[in-house]
Design a protein around this ligand. Structure first.
Ligand code: C2E
Ligand code: MG
Ligand code: MG
Length: 511
């Protein structure tokens, strides 16, 4: 008998079982024999081991499955957070661009194109500055709710950042986009209740109906450009993108860069126009008017660049320069004995500057740097910005008043404001707009009208100044009506500093 023929057949099954077990097959069950010998004992042991392994393996599997589900949920939550604006719970810019991209791809495949609306709140910064950031956050949340109330379920509303929101209307038309935009304007017109305080915010909306083949970035850029065009209008408004806006934007970018370097490279200059005491004809002060001495385009007047400076925020730099240079010049004239103490400098401040919390510091710095007596500086603010003023404007006006600087309402008669309102402001002088003076001659009916305005100004305890005096008759009539001061081409056009010095030297003595 060979060893082969005498081998116990259970050994083969045993070896096979152990190999399967080692390979991870926990279903191995060996058949022990009734002999109950040592081989059977090993086989039973293998079975017990296989059962134990199977049990702990399935427990492990269960734990892995639970953990995997947790990880998937966490991953989904992370992804959701990465695509959601945490303040409003709307989609954020990333999510929005993605959805827009998918919609544009569908448009390429022949589906109708989507329309995109971009909205910006007009005076959000004012709410943040005056009512605090918590109120600002609440305003954004309430805006999100109102926007959601203006769209259908398939539309996407997103917050792109700051106070900028977007609405995507898949399969849209210009008409539908327009009607959603007007619904939004209507809904935003209602004042917001911010923890018991009411606040209103204008809204500017730009619309771009996408064209097949456009990228998401391009559509967003176009809607954004249209939104800026809407913002340039007074009050809440809607603008549809037009290709010419792109060109205008390029020009504006170019002009902004140019203006920026103009300020830095000293291309701004001040021209000075005398202010005359009408009763005596004496020089009482001067108004500084800014010009841009452009290397290629020549001398540019304020209406050619102040608007750009205002819309790009550069007005603060322009204003800072004007105040610095104006007060420096005033002090130099004073020290050289050209102008007497009390001779005043008028500087124009735009409504954007008035809304800046920096204004008081900028004025204070200019006064300190030049050593100017604050009482010799008169800040001119236009009637419309004085009337439109929010809380920051009030803060600026009071702050300037506290510095000892005098305030003047410019262009009075163009803003339809009640003088009783202006009386509440810390204003010392009212400058009547030249449109009131234009037709003033001894035979016109304008005389009694101007007389009534002068009476009102005086009744409010303020002094009056008339701008745009072009003839001796106008000067005489105004003097007879009791207008204290005058300014206009009749006395002198605005001139550069050197010419102004000549003018002062030649001014009639004792006038
Ligand atoms: P404004 O402050 O009302 O200045 C008076 C404007 O009327 C000046 O125009 C002046 O040249 C012009 N003017 C003066 N007398 C007469 C006259 O007898 N007849 C006529 N027809 N016009 C006269 P300008 O220099 O072009 O300034 C225009 C506006 O630009 C100013 O109106 C002011 O609002 C703004 N501006 C000027 N300089 C600055 C500045 O430094 N900062 C800011 N923010 N605005 C400025
Ligand atoms: Mg002025
Ligand atoms: Mg004026």
């Amino acid at each position: 008998m060979t060893a082969e023929t005498t081998r116990d057949p259970r050994l083969g099954e045993l070896v096979d079982g152990i190999v399967r077990l080692a390979a991870g097959d926990h279903s191995v069950r060996l058949h022990s024999s009734p002999a109950r010998d040592e081989v059977d004992a090993v086989m039973i042991g293998v079975n017990i081991l296989a059962k134990d392994l199977a049990a702990s393996y399935s427990e492990l599997e269960e734990r892995v499955a639970t953990r995997t589900a947790e990880l998937v949920a966490a991953q989904a939550e992370l992804e959701r957070a990465a695509l959601t604006d945490s303040l409003t719970s709307l989609s954020n810019r990333v999510a929005f661009t993605r959805v827009l991209g998918h919609t544009l791809e569908a448009a390429m495949a022949g589906e109708p194109a989507p329309a995109l609306l971009i909205l910006d709140l007009d005076s959000f910064k004012g709410v943040n500055d005056t009512m605090g950031h918590a109120a600002g956050d609440e305003l954004l949340r309430l805006t999100a709710g109102r926007l959601l109330g203006c769209v259908r379920s398939g539309d996407t509303v997103a917050r792109l950042g700051g106070d900028e929101f977007a609405v995507l209307l898949p399969h849209s038309t210009e008409d539908r986009a327009r009607s959603v935009a007007s619904r939004i304007l209507e809904s935003m017109r209602e004042p917001f209740d911010l923890d018991g305080r009411r606040a209103s915010c204008g809204t500017s909306i730009g619309i771009r109906v996408a064209e097949a083949g456009q990228s998401a970035e391009e559509v967003i850029l176009h809607a954004d450009i249209a939104m800026y065009a809407a913002k340039a209008q007074k009050g809440s408004s809607v603008k549809i993108f037009e290709p010419v806006m792109l060109y205008a934007r390029e020009l504006e970018t170019l002009a902004t860069t140019e203006l920026q370097s103009a300020i830095a490279e000293g291309q701004l200059v001040l021209h000075y126009q005398p202010v005359v005491e009408l009763a005596t004809g004496a020089l009482e002060g001067v108004e500084a008017l800014v010009r841009w001495d452009h290397p290629a385009r020549g001398l540019l007047m304020p209406d050619q660049f102040i608007g750009l400076a205002e819309s790009t925020g550069l007005i603060e730099d322009v204003g800072r320069w004007v105040l610095r240079e104006g007060t420096r010049q005033l002090q130099a004239w004073r020290e050289s004995g050209l102008t007497p103490p009390g001779f005043s400098l008028r500087v124009n401040i735009s409504s954007t500057e008035l809304q800046s919390l920096q204004l008081i510091d900028i004025v204070r710095d200019a006064l300190l740097a030049s050593g100017t007596d604050p009482a010799e500086l008169i800040i001119e603010i236009t009637e419309s910005s004085a009337v439109a003023g929010g809380e920051v404007d009030q803060y600026s006006l009071l702050g300037l008043h506290k510095l000892g600087v005098r305030l003047e309402i410019d262009d009075f008669g163009t803003g339809y404001s009640a003088i009783s309102y202006l009386q509440k402001l810390p204003v010392n002088v009212v400058k009547m707009d030249r449109s009131l003076i234009k037709d003033l001659n001894p035979c016109s009916t304008q005389g009694p009208f101007v007389a009534a305005i002068l009476d009102l100004i005086h009744a409010c305890g303020m002094r009056a100044l008339a701008e745009g005096i072009e003839s001796p008759e106008q000067a005489r009539t105004l003097r007879e009506l009791g207008c204290e001061s005058g300014q206009g081409y009749y006395f002198s056009r605005p001139v550069p500093a050197a010419a102004f010095e000549e003018l002062v030297r030649g001014w009639p003595a004792g006038a």
